[in-house]
Design a protein around this ligand. Structure first.
Ligand code: TRP
Ligand code: ZN
Length: 469
């Protein structure tokens, strides 16, 4: 437009035209709404576009007697575009107040989306603080595969587990594994209860009104599905591995005897893992043994896996292996689950092979033969689908993701030999340490690192629909 032509128009019309041409509606920064989901192939509404969270500060008070949670979530995020509004994922609960950069922000809720409209648009690249005051009775829910996740109440407490999307039941956030952040989680509970979360216990102290406050600190990046909070009566013990990793275990009353042997091996397992996969990626490690049957599965919650009752040795090894594969190297989408489960399962096979059990080769053959003597080999349906392409969100934790995923790794080992194979495992963990990776990243990396053409392995074992022969 010829600027001189503007002078012929009336002042309000000029303002309107300027607003149109610059796309602004009052504020000087140009923003548009952030996406309400990251279009994950299996959970399209999980996560949100337009920003990444760098840090979560969660300050939560929970009363097991009435199941009410009161929380403040402070998110430090970086805008990846100009933002007029952005979304957080939150399921249930009541939002009292939202501020952005200290200014009250308007918000509304539909489904599991909390849309926040800051008083001023956010600039691309801007680091901004969002504070959400919220509360209510958090509710667990059922996943497409029928498993329960989210905030799960126990007889005398609660446990929060979030794979794949249950973390939105207890705090607002960008709930997709591609957005990892550091965390500080403070839990305040009635006196007499323990409260356990990820990372290091910075302080534990009495608070007015008969409460105890636990301050947990997680400096390393964490995907939100790996965040946990466990509240209840637990027996706590602490220690340190020879390599200097601090240990914190919390065991539900009655589970001590059944847990003792497997938990006692954690320092040795962590040493062993460091030897096979490279340095342990976190400053702390541990375990939480929940009351039996609280969950139908164990989860590799960061630095402190949770177990539904006393765990077997291989299960502890599996969840510790996830600290490298899944927690440090996290999937880019929920389609990449085999990068978690195939690797953690193969770690079990490796551990067994080096500790008097069957070799990985024997396991591999037992699966191929459908051997009834080997756990899972005959009845697991390990060949029901391709591990890199589960048929839907109800299959991301299906047996083929675990077993056939492990068999993919064994096939690579058969092709390239032990030296290159172990260098590949270590290289993969190092290259993507505290990051995210996809199946395509892995196949490209494996070929480059080993110098072998592995196309056939990918075609037949990883992506092939037919049962590999
Ligand atoms: N990822 C967990 C593990 O392997 C297991 C798990 C979590 C799971 N959620 C699940 C298994 C749902 C089946 C269904 O350590
Ligand atoms: Zn697992």
């Amino acid at each position: 437009m010829d600027l001189r032509a503007l002078s012929r128009l009336a002042a309000p019309a000029v303002a309107a035209l300027l607003a149109l041409t610059t796309g602004c509606t009052g504020s000087t920064v140009q923003g548009r709404p952030g996406a309400s989901g990251l279009r994950d192939p299996y959970f399209p509404k999980a996560g949100n576009g337009g920003y990444q969270v760098e840090h979560y500060g969660l300050d939560l008070e929970y009363d097991p007697a009435d199941g009410v949670l009161k929380g403040t979530a402070v998110l430090t995020s970086r805008a990846e575009q100009g933002l007029s509004s952005f979304n957080l994922d939150l399921s249930g609960l009541h939002v009292e107040r939202v501020t952005v950069q200290g200014e009250p922000a308007r918000f509304n809720r539909t489904g599991n989306e909390l849309t926040v409209r800051p008083a001023d648009d956010l600039k691309k690249g801007e680091v901004f603080r969002t504070e959400v005051e919220y509360g209510g009775r958090p509710k667990a829910f059922e996943d497409p595969d029928g498993s329960r996740e989210g905030w799960i109440t126990t007889e005398r407490g609660a446990v929060a587990v979030g794979e794949p999307v249950g973390s939105m039941t207890w705090f607002p956030g960008n709930h997709h594994p591609s957005d990892k952040a550091s965390y500080d989680i403070t839990l305040t509970v009635p006196k007499g209860y323990e409260a356990v979360s990820n990372g290091e216990l910075r302080s534990r102290g009495e608070r007015p009104g008969g409460h105890t406050e636990f301050v947990w600190h997680s400096p390393e990046p964490m995907a939100s599905y790996l965040a946990t909070a466990v509240i209840g009566p637990y027996g706590v013990s602490t220690g340190r591995t020879p390599a200097g990793v601090s240990l914190y275990t919390a065991v539900s009353p009655g589970e001590e005897a059944g847990s003792a042997d497997a938990l006692a091996r954690m320092p040795e397992m962590l040493e062993w893992g460091a030897g096979r996969f490279g340095p342990y990626p976190f400053g702390t490690a541990g375990a939480v043994v929940l009351p039996p049957r609280t969950l139908g599965y164990a989860l590799e919650t960061q630095t402190k896996p949770v177990y539904p009752g006393a765990p077997a040795e291989e299960l502890v090894l599996h969840e510790l292996a996830h600290q490298w594969f899944g927690n440090s190297v996290s999937p880019k989408t929920w389609k990449d689950m085999w990068l978690n489960e195939g690797f953690a399962t193969y770690a079990e096979w490796l551990w067994a092979e080096e500790h008097g059990g069957p070799t990985a080769e024997e396991r591999f053959r037992a699966f191929l033969a459908g051997d009834t003597d080997v756990d899972g080999a005959a009845d697991s349906d390990w060949d029901a689908f391709a591990p890199a392409a589960p048929p839907g969100p109800d299959h991301i934790s299906g047996n083929p993701v675990y077993y056939r995923g492990a068999m993919v790794l064994h096939r690579i080992r058969q092709e390239v030999g032990d030296a290159k194979f172990f260098a590949l495992l270590r290289g993969w963990a190092a290259d993507h340490r505290h990051g995210n990776a996809s199946t395509a990243d892995f196949t490209a990396y494996a070929q480059e690192k080993t110098g072998h053409d592995l196309e056939k392995v990918w075609d037949v074992w990883l992506y092939g629909e037919k049962r590999p022969a």
